[in-house]
Design a protein around this ligand. Structure first.
Ligand code: NDP
Length: 244
């Protein structure tokens, strides 16, 4: 097993769901953490629970200048980021493409694609210089399997997949690894965001089935980053047993 002792991880979207679970799992492996999100209270509460040094970083990943400035100004103890978990993301709306809101589409592109690109562009050169690192991108089965209303969300996750694969090609010959983790249905705040706070509609999604938990996905992320250094897990698709 690959030891993460002395490593630092930055997790975007650490204020809830899969990102929070990944931060908890990585902290148990002794990794120092930078916790990124917009909800400061959530980030601070999580940081205070962790048994490792943790730095809450309030940041909107859609803002290129904010991302560049915040990452350039990380405290020295957290400045050498070895693991980047690009997890911040969202789906908005369920309308068919001909009825969907262009504002929603733009928000998904700005968060799921541009945010991913800004964080990666800022942190990858340091990983290559130090010849160690791992970028874990939270994709989705929506990249592969279309569904009604999935339109731009699915497309953003296909972008993430293709970006991950091309990064991997550029990084051959280094010990910097790239993984695209593609979950099926995970019960988090994701559906509440998608349905704009309609919790009833969100919980209906899981009727008659047992969805994945955020901890299930964090286990997978943990497994990927602890493989021996010469092993790159390119893509992992994780479905609930109940999801077809
Ligand atoms: P949550 O809604 O629980 O978490 C999303 C996280 O993203 C929050 O912490 C939120 O923090 C953060 N975030 C959203 N927008 C921004 C932004 N502009 N800047 C910074 N942070 C932002 O959902 P999940 O944990 O389920 O989702 C995590 C990832 O997993 C997403 O990329 C999602 O697409 C993917 N995924 C989820 C699935 C599911 O069924 N739940 C299935 C497949 C993939 P804050 O609001 O504080 O900024």
């Amino acid at each position: 097993m690959h030891t993460l002792h002395g490593w630092t991880a930055l997790v975007t979207g650490a204020s809830s769901g899969i990102g929070e679970a990944c931060a908890l799992a990585l902290s148990q492996a002794g990794v120092r953490l930078v916790l990124v999100g917009r909800r400061e209270d959530r980030l601070r509460a999580l940081a205070s629970k962790l048994a490792v040094p943790a730095h809450p970083l309030v940041l909107d990943v859609r803002s290129r200048p904010d991302v560049e400035a915040a990452l350039a100004a990380l405290p020295a103890e957290f400045a050498s980021v070895d693991i980047l978990v690009n997890n911040a993301g969202l789906a908005l709306g369920t309308d068919a493409a001909h009825q969907a809101s262009l504002d929603d589409w733009e928000t998904m592109i700005d968060t799921n694609c541009k945010g991913l690109v800004y964080l990666t562009h800022a942190l990858l050169p340091g990983m290559v210089r130090r010849n160690r690192g791992h970028i874990v991108n939270l994709g989705s089965v929506a990249a592969t399997y279309p569904y009604p209303g999935g339109n731009i969300y699915g497309a953003t996750k296909a972008f993430l997949h293709q970006f991950s694969q091309n990064l991997k090609a550029d990084l051959v010959g280094t010990r910097v690894r790239v993984t695209d983790v593609q979950p099926g249905m995970v019960e988090t705040e994701f559906s509440q965001v998608r349905f704009r706070g309609d919790t009833q509609r969100a919980s209906k999604l899981y009727e008659g089935m047992e969805p994945l938990t955020a901890a299930d996905i964090a286990d997978v992320v943990q497994w990927c980053v602890t493989r021996p250094a010469h092993v790159n897990i390119n893509v992992v698709e994780v479905m609930p047993a109940d999801q077809g």
